[in-house]
Ligand binder design. Sequence first.
Ligand SMILES: *[C@@H]1O[C@H](CO)[C@@H](O)[C@H](O)[C@H]1NC(C)=O
Ligand SMILES: *[C@@H]1O[C@H](CO)[C@@H](O)[C@H](O)[C@H]1NC(C)=O
Ligand SMILES: *[C@@H]1O[C@H](CO)[C@@H](O)[C@H](O)[C@H]1NC(C)=O
Ligand SMILES: *[C@@H]1O[C@H](CO)[C@@H](O)[C@H](O)[C@H]1NC(C)=O
Ligand SMILES: *[C@@H]1O[C@H](CO)[C@@H](O)[C@H](O)[C@H]1NC(C)=O
Ligand SMILES: *[C@@H]1O[C@H](CO)[C@@H](O)[C@H](O)[C@H]1NC(C)=O
Ligand SMILES: *[C@@H]1O[C@H](CO)[C@@H](O)[C@H](O)[C@H]1NC(C)=O
Ligand SMILES: *[C@@H]1O[C@H](CO)[C@@H](O)[C@H](O)[C@H]1NC(C)=O
Length: 383
Amino acid sequence: MFLSSLIPSAAVLLSLSSVTHALPQAQASSTTTQQRTSTVSLSSSPTAATSSPIACNNSPQLCSRAYNNVTHMGAHDSAFLRDASTSNSIAGNQYYNATVALSAGIRLLQAQVHDYLGGLELCHTSCALLDAGSLEAWLAKIKYWLDHNPNEVVTLLLVNSDNKNASDFGSAFESSGLDTYGYVPTSNSSTKDWPTLQSMITSNKRLVTFIASITPSPSYPYLLNEFTYVFETPYDVKSLANFTCDLDRPSSQPSAAGAIKAHMLPLVNHFAYTSITSDIEVPNVSDIDTTNSPKTNITGALGQHADNCTTLWDTKPVFFLVDFYDHGPAIATADRLNGITAVGRIASSSSAGAEGSGVGMVRDRGAMGVALLAFIVGVIAVV
Ligand SMILES: *[C@@H]1O[C@H](CO)[C@@H](O)[C@H](O)[C@H]1NC(C)=O
Ligand SMILES: *[C@@H]1O[C@H](CO)[C@@H](O)[C@H](O)[C@H]1NC(C)=O
Ligand SMILES: *[C@@H]1O[C@H](CO)[C@@H](O)[C@H](O)[C@H]1NC(C)=O
Ligand SMILES: *[C@@H]1O[C@H](CO)[C@@H](O)[C@H](O)[C@H]1NC(C)=O
Ligand SMILES: *[C@@H]1O[C@H](CO)[C@@H](O)[C@H](O)[C@H]1NC(C)=O
Ligand SMILES: *[C@@H]1O[C@H](CO)[C@@H](O)[C@H](O)[C@H]1NC(C)=O
Ligand SMILES: *[C@@H]1O[C@H](CO)[C@@H](O)[C@H](O)[C@H]1NC(C)=O
Ligand SMILES: *[C@@H]1O[C@H](CO)[C@@H](O)[C@H](O)[C@H]1NC(C)=O
């Protein structure tokens, strides 16, 4: 059945050849390289009688922290799943969906948005390869989660693959109802003056939306052009020894140090690809436990990358993006940087039993992956 879902022939052939640099954050080729923590009450202890009992982003300690003084762990390609809904597509980057991720502590959700028959659709590289449905439906689920988790600040990073305009995106935000949470910065340029999480929660403007890239519109002031505010490290890494803290985008900044000096928010891309042909890259799943490890002394581990960048930049990364966030678990590295012990989360593989079956499923996925790879390689050979 996963084959049949791939077989819509011509489109698939085209999409496979366009998987060339199926790099999730890459824009259309025209661009340059371009918890459920619903208010958790802590039982007051005699020594902590005066501290806030309410958690913000899973910790009372984060309420008074500025948005840009918090490390937000992110799910890369969070709409693109490797699960039953996609017949375990090897193009998938996550085992769990975006709202399950939020409940597990993820606070940055990234996805690609494409034009599909005039509408905005969440597609991985091409809608023929992996179509995760309409942007509006996905935003509505995030809206629902925010409605039910009133003390949480969430960030979206949407890749504008087909150069749609602000009113196209704004329509999806308005019809999903998510626009009501849209945070509007006080500055139209990068700034060090971000509000505290508590202030965003109190004003109920708890959603920060970056789009790569968009021309801002006064009608939708909460749709922020990513590279006005954020800089990124390289995203096309194929060896665990090759993660760096160098600036990759935007090219308008000279270096990571320069971007930090300009108060841009640092985003660390921390996911590794495997080339399955010279033209096709898929997430390197075999090493995911090392890649997402919180350890600081293993080459390629998330914990080590975090420390490297913190040292080199003399400031902590504000955002990370990882694949398969439940492995590591990735959130442990954000917690360490934030200096918190989190409350109110629902782990995505919450019980030992679930963990055990998860491993079994990974093996199944591996087997299907091999079959699928053979299929793709066959198709490429035919082309
Ligand atoms: C960031 O938060 C830490 C911990 O509360 C605090 O010590 C530090 O001064 C803050 N940094 C800035 C720039 O506000
Ligand atoms: C994630 O899965 C849960 C459980 O099936 C569902 O309730 C929720 O709407 C899904 N969220 C998204 C973003 O698809
Ligand atoms: C935005 O693009 C749509 C087509 O996607 C077009 O109909 C609309 O006029 C454009 N709006 C603006 C303000 O450019
Ligand atoms: C930012 O730019 C928008 C136009 O996109 C404008 O409406 C708004 O007033 C500007 N905000 C500030 C703080 O300058
Ligand atoms: C890692 O980086 C080195 C040095 O830039 C490069 O020669 C090598 O090809 C890279 N490895 C992979 C697998 O991309
Ligand atoms: C995944 O990465 C590791 C370390 O870089 C490498 O040894 C392994 O061969 C990669 N897996 C695949 C399938 O390429
Ligand atoms: C990393 O450090 C831990 C102790 O924190 C140690 O047990 C482990 O052997 C170290 N691993 C490597 C690869 O050095
Ligand atoms: C951290 O920096 C060391 C020293 O430059 C380098 O060898 C290692 O690969 C880096 N690791 C990560 C994950 O960035």
